[in-house]
Structure formats: structure tokens, C-alpha cells
Design a protein around this ligand. Structure first.
Ligand code: ADP
Ligand code: MG
Length: 461
């Protein structure tokens, strides 16, 4: 964020303030130079000496301002980062009594920005006085050399007076150009950081011949899929699975097994390293990404809600949905009732991160959002794991309504969802170690059976 605001601002200032100055300086420098040569070529040649000296001063100072401003922008970015994190993690900070640590960290970063600012600007502001001294010195040289020429009878005293006037006017644009160079250095320090962002490889583009079929049935197939977030540490290994259209697949397994990763791959947030993921028999790399995602409905454990109205948050699932459709979706998600009790009903504006709703309510909104998109493939990643049992029952029912007729991938810790699934996949270490229905897996007395004994037994719902 700092790069996109502070750094771009620095570039903006440099460009906006200096483009006109640049044109004016170059023009007047050229004009005055011509005039000086017309008046007296010897004095004009002496005048030119001022240019390399100024250049030397400028490049000397610019070296320091450049690094100074680089540091300043970097520290400013870090300071912003600390502030952002502190504000959004404010509750955790208070809960763990880290307020003072956080304040100290802020002070430290702030002091770094202060120091870097002093350093950079000291050098930046050094240039102007230096070149002023240089300019005055230059006038002395012209007067002395001119005086010598006048005594020899080469030029008149009047010409020297005129020349000194020109000389002063010549130095000014040179100084301005030097200063401009200096400012541009500061801007470049920011530009480098901005370009790093611009050069970041975006999500891989769709293939030019990617398709967007009218409808999809929702059959999903993984064929020997390999994947790793970081090369060298495989997360998914040679995984093959098949989900017929409309069926429910439950994914169970210990934390870190790779369940969420499977979802990430199916949504194409990451690309597979090997193997193929196909929807309706088409490799998902050959399906347009926006289309694929429109056909996917995702409900996560903690779904992000925006600080707009409840209405807009639900409509996020399909931007052109009518009000009526939003109400209907909310009813299916069992959210309509509580929404109507909010101060402004559907117009109630959520606070940041929806802090004015309970977790269960947030979850119901997230479900309504998925409902309105009318997806063919539904993904539920621990959608009910952070709410109380009674809310969970409600959410569970809402989810069941949502899952009807759609291919559903459910990562769940609830026995009921798993029991009703058409197929249960037990994931361990990035591989499917067991597959079958709940009953089949129980009868096998393997990994699932042990998981069932330790985790699910005794769950009524
Ligand atoms: N963005 C990521 N970058 C690197 N490693 C990751 C990332 N996300 C998850 N992992 C690693 O991949 C493995 C599987 O994670 P995940 O699929 O989230 O497990 P879970 O089954 O609990 O959903 C874990 O070891 C985790 O550390
Ligand atoms: Mg997970």
C-alpha cells in the first residue's frame, strides 16, 4: 500500500513540479548562451566552465540523496506495515498485553523514518546553497576576466555590465536543472519500488483458446495431480479422484494434510505442477478462469465481508442479482430472519471485518452469497468449524439446501456431513489413503476408523 501511495506520490510530485521547469530552463539556457556568444565569445567560453563544475556538484550530492530517499521510502513502507498490522491485530495485542511492545516497535520504526528523512533532505537541500555560492563565484570570475579584457581595450565596460547580467541569468537555469536532477533521483528511488510491483508476475493468463461453455454439469476429476507451494516440498502427491456431477465428496484428514490445497487447485488459485484437473472432462486450464470461478461457490471458515450493506455483501455472489433474488438467497441460507432484525435490515452497513455480526451470522451471509451465485460446484472448507453447536445445526441445514443438485466438496469436522457424503476421501500427507462411503471405511477399520473413534464418536448431529 505504501508503494502504491507514498512512492507514486513522490513520483507524481517530481513530474508535476518539474516538467514545466525543465522546458523553461532548457529554453532560457539556450537563448542566453546564444546572446553571450554574440556579445563576446571569450567571456562566453569562460562562462561555460560553470557547467561541468555544477554537474560535478550535482552528481556528488545526488548519490547521497538517491540512497537517502531509497531508505526513507523503505522505512516509510515498513512503518505503514507495522501500523496496518497493529490496527487490525489490535484485539490480539490487547489480549496478550503487548501494547507496550507494539508502541515501542512503532517508535523505533518512526525514528528510522525520521532519521532517513533528515539524512535525505539534508543532502537534497544542500544542493541549492552550494550552487548559489558557485553562481556568485562565477560572477566574480566574469568580472575579473572582463575587467582584464577591458583594461587591454578588447571590450567596453558597458559590455561587461551587460555580460554579468546574462551570466547571472545563465546560472539560474543551470541551478534549476541540477535541482531537478536531484528531485528526479528521489522520485526514481520510489519508482524502483513501484516497478517491482508492476513487474510481479500476475496470475497466469487464460490460454487464448480457452472455452466458456454455456453450462456445466459439475463433474470433477483429478488425474495424477502433483503440486508444491515451494519447490522441493510436495504438498499433493499423485492424487487422483473423481466426483460425479451432483455428488457430495467429503475430505477428511489431519490439519496440514492438504485439504485446502486441493480446493486452491480446483479454484485455480494455484496451477498444478503435474497431472490434470478436469471439469466435465475439460482440463481447467482450457476453461476461462472467470467462467470457472463463476461456476464455483466457495464458503470458507471465515469468509471476508466488506464494509458495505448486507445487501451488497450478498449480491457480491452475483452483481446483477435483483433485490428479490437477494431475499430469496438469504431465506435459503436461513439468514433472512436475523437480517430483518438488524437496525436497517438489508441496508445495514457492516463495520470493518463485519465486527458488528456474530461469527455464525457472518457464516450465514457467506452462504447466502454462495447461494445467489447458483454455482454448479460447491466448496465448503470447514464452513462450520468456528460456531456453537446450535448455530451449527442451522448452518448445516442451510448448507444441505445449498448442496442439493450440486457437486460438493466438503471439508468438514462434522460427522453428519461426512456420513451423508457419497464418498469420503481420507487425506494424509498429500495423498488419498482411503476412499469409500462412511460405512465402508468404518468396516475397513483403517485410518478413517481411528479418526472416527477419536473425533466423531458420540456426535449426535
Ligand atoms: N500458501 C502456502 N505456501 C506454502 N505452504 C503452504 C501454503 N498453504 C499451505 N501450505 C502447506 O501445505 C500443507 C497443506 O496445507 P493445507 O492444504 O492448508 O492443509 P489442510 O488439510 O489443513 O487444509 C501444509 O503443510 C502447509 O504448511
Ligand atoms: Mg484447511
Amino acid at each position: 500500500m505504501s508503494r502504491l501511495t507514498n512512492d507514486i506520490d513522490a513520483i507524481n510530485t517530481a513530474v508535476a513540479q518539474n516538467i514545466t521547469a525543465l522546458a523553461a530552463s532548457v529554453l532560457s539556457m539556450g537563448g542566453i548562451l546564444v546572446a553571450m556568444f554574440l556579445l563576446d565569445w571569450r567571456l562566453a567560453l569562460v562562462s561555460l566552465v560553470v557547467v561541468p563544475i555544477t554537474l560535478w556538484f550535482t552528481s556528488f550530492v545526488a548519490r547521497y540523496t538517491r540512497t537517502g530517499f531509497e531508505q526513507l521510502q523503505r522505512h516509510l513502507g515498513e512503518l505503514n506495515g507495522v501500523m496496518e498490522e497493529t490496527l487490525s491485530g489490535q484485539k490480539v495485542i490487547s489480549a496478550f498485553r503487548r501494547n507496550e511492545t507494539v508502541v515501542a516497535a512503532f517508535r523505533e520504526r518512526n525514528a528510522e523514518v525520521y532519521r532517513a528523512g533528515i539524512y535525505a533532505n539534508t543532502y537534497a537541500l544542500l544542493l541549492m546553497p552550494l550552487t548559489t555560492v558557485l553562481g556568485n563565484f562565477f560572477v566574480i570570475v566574469i568580472a575579473a576576466f572582463g575587467g582584464f579584457l577591458a583594461l587591454q581595450g578588447y571590450v567596453s565596460v558597458g559590455l561587461i555590465a551587460a555580460f554579468i547580467n546574462y551570466a547571472q541569468n545563465f546560472v539560474n537555469p543551470v541551478r534549476q536543472l541540477a535541482n531537478l536532477y536531484n528531485t528526479v533521483q528521489a522520485a526514481l528511488a520510489g519508482a524502483e519500488r513501484v516497478f517491482e510491483i508492476i513487474d510481479t508476475a500476475p496470475e497466469p493468463e487464460d490460454a487464448p483458446d480457452a472455452t466458456a461453455p454455456d453450462t456445466i454439469r459439475g463433474e470433477v476429476r483429478f488425474e495424477h495431480v502433483d503440486f508444491s507451494y515451494n519447490p522441493g516440498t510436495p504438498v499433493i502427491r499423485d492424487m487422483s479422484l473423481e466426483a460425479e456431477a451432483g455428488k457430495t465428496i467429503a475430505l477428511v484428514g489431519p490439519t496440514g494434510a492438504g485439504k485446502t490445497t486441493i480446493i486452491n487447485l480446483l479454484s485455480r488459485f494455484y496451477e498444478v505442477d503435474g497431472g490434470v484437473i478436469a471439469v466435465d472432462g475439460t482440463d481447467i486450464r482450457d476453461i476461462r478462469k472467470d467462467f470457472l470461478r463463476r461456476r464455483l461457490g466457495i464458503v470458507l471458515q471465515d469468509m471476508f465481508l466488506f464494509s458495505t450493506s448486507v445487501m451488497d455483501n450478498i449480491r457480491y455472489g452475483r452483481i446483477n442479482a435483483s433485490d428479490e433474488e437477494v431475499y430469496r438467497a438469504a431465506k435459503i441460507a436461513d439468514a433472512d430472519h436475523f437480517i430483518r432484525q438488524l437496525p436497517q435490515g438489508y441496508g445495514t452497513v457492516l463495520s470493518e471485518r463485519a465486527g458488528n455480526l456474530s461469527q455464525g451470522q457472518r457464516q450465514l451471509l457467506a452462504i447466502a452469497r454462495a447461494v445467489i451465485g447458483d454455482p454448479n460446484i460447491l466448496i465448503l472448507d470447514e464452513a462450520t468449524s468456528s460456531v456453537d453447536t446450535r448455530t451449527e445445526v442451522r448452518i448445516q441445514k442451510a448448507l444441505l439446501r445449498l448442496m442439493q443438485g450440486r457437486t460438493s466438496f466438503v471439508i468438514a469436522h462434522r460427522l453428519s456431513t461426512i456420513r451423508d457424503a457419497d464418498c469420503v476421501l481420507v487425506i494424509q500427507g498429500g495423498q488419498i489413503v482411503e476412499r469409500g462411503t462412511h460405512q465402508e471405511l468404518l468396516d475397513r477399520r483403517g485410518v478413517y476408523y481411528r479418526l472416527y473413534i477419536s473425533q466423531f464418536k458420540g456426535q449426535e448431529i
